[in-house]
Design a protein. Structure first.
Length: 88
């Protein structure tokens, strides 16, 4: 009886597939699953933005103006920066 109890304890706590290791793996699996869901949402959002961007020239021009400060030859661009965001 004692040998059986020792064997079961050995399997539960010191084996490669012990309860502690299984708990750690399950926790890690949950984190990875949450990350997977987050990245799937990010990919879907990026695809939506891409489709929206390339559907018309107006959207493409708006993107270039906002993100890369592009301008036409006959206009000037003024960039306003908040005073709090300037570091001395």
């Amino acid at each position: 009886m004692i040998a059986t109890a020792a064997f079961v304890a050995l399997l539960f706590f010191s084996d490669r597939n012990s309860i502690i290791d299984q708990y750690k793996l399950r926790t890690q699996y949950g984190k990875i699953k949450a990350q997977h869901k987050f990245y799937e949402e990010q990919i879907a959002d990026a695809k939506r933005q891409r489709d929206e961007l390339f559907t018309s020239d107006k959207n493409l021009e708006k993107f270039g103006r906002e993100k890369y400060l592009m301008k036409r030859d006959d206009e000037d661009v003024f960039v306003f920066v908040k005073k709090d965001s300037i570091t001395d």
